[in-house]
Design a protein around this ligand. Structure first.
Ligand SMILES: [Fe+2]
Ligand SMILES: [Fe+2]
Length: 330
């Protein structure tokens, strides 16, 4: 993308601006704050938010001596998020899927920490898309890599690791059920990564509460799909991720929330996501629950939840993890 170099009618006063060295901007990253450039001792708007950077453009800027860009000091929180996001390491695709899936979960956990600590920005959504793509690639190369996720033993990590694990399980199921459209897979992955984003509006003390929730706390927790949906309302997120965010707690028999939708009213991706959400929750240690083995979790789903979770997703998961025989021996 070429630089938007246009004369600003009222050049901003440098006193209200802070500087960003050009060599700290990462190629392929998106800045979501307006950036100005100094030309003839005056600041001129260079790139409006959101702005996607390419290596070529950054090299050109430096080559002509523009080593610094400027932003309004009021945008400092956004700049902080940007700096944190670009410090998250890139995934090395030459690593075999069985090990790479661990790197991806660690990377996604870093993103989740940022999502919980800072406001949601276009740059964080863009990073989410990048990670979603890595999960699609990795699970696409070897569905069985989700077997390496095992159970999440430490409940402190659940909040940050749950979404990426759910995303990997959901993709494995979708691929097993013959979904081949990469864009739909990426959308499913995005939906899972951001499905619980609304929980960032709820205090961690409630989310990680070891004992039973009070009625008021429970009511608040049940609002997280709607909180999440409103957080992404103004974003460029497409239908599938929005639906996953809003409806991952719906159940096929209409017993879920927030809208009590039934099987026919839910997208296939949402049904897969809902299954993967429950499966990861059952196999993870959480503040109020010790994890089950995968066999125990699938058994529990089979005997108590198959009226409200997708049966095809359940069968796919059993096969992906090596069939009942193998699971039983774990
Ligand atoms: Fe949820
Ligand atoms: Fe969840």
């Amino acid at each position: 993308m070429a630089g938007v170099s246009m004369q600003t009618l009222n050049p901003p006063n440098k006193e209200n601006m802070a500087s960003l060295p050009v060599d700290t901007i990462l190629d392929n990253s998106t800045t979501d704050f307006d950036l100005y450039i100094e030309v003839n001792n005056s600041l001129t708007l260079y790139g409006t938010s959101p702005y996607k950077w390419t290596k070529g453009e950054l090299t050109r800027l430096l080559a002509v001596g523009h080593t610094t860009l400027y932003y309004f000091s009021a945008d400092q929180p956004k700049v902080e998020v940007y700096k944190k996001l670009i410090s998250i390491p890139k995934i090395d695709r030459s690593i075999p899927p069985l090990q790479r899936i661990q790197n991806i979960t660690d990377t996604a956990a870093e993103l989740m920490r940022i999502l919980y600590d800072y406001p949601l920005t276009p740059a964080s959504l863009s990073k989410g898309r990048e990670i979603a793509d890595e999960i699609v690639q990795c699970v696409g190369e070897d569905i069985a890599c989700v077997g390496a996720l095992g159970k999440l033993a430490n409940h402190d990590y659940y909040t940050y690791y749950h979404s990426v694990r759910m995303s990997a399980y959901a993709l494995a199921v979708a691929l097993f059920l013959s979904e081949k459209d990469e864009e739909r897979l990426r959308e499913l992955s995005m939906g899972c990564l951001f499905h619980d984003i609304g929980k960032s509006r709820i205090e961690l003390s409630v989310i990680n509460k070891p004992g039973a929730l009070t009625e008021r706390e429970w009511q608040l927790m049940r609002k997280h799909p709607e909180f999440g949906f409103s957080m992404v309302e103004q974003s460029l997120l497409s239908v599938v991720p929005r639906e996953v965010i809003m409806h991952h707690h719906e159940r096929l028999d209409g017993s879920g929330y927030p809208h009590g939708l039934t099987e026919q009213e839910l997208l296939g991706e949402v049904r897969i996501a809902a299954f993967a959400d429950v499966f990861d929750a059952l196999t993870s240690n959480r503040a109020y629950q010790v994890s089950r083995t995968r066999y125990e979790a699938l058994d529990l789903i089979r005997f108590t939840m198959l009226n409200h979770l997708d049966k095809k997703a359940y069968r796919a998961m059993v096969e992906i993890l090596g069939g009942e025989g193998k699971l039983k021996k774990e």
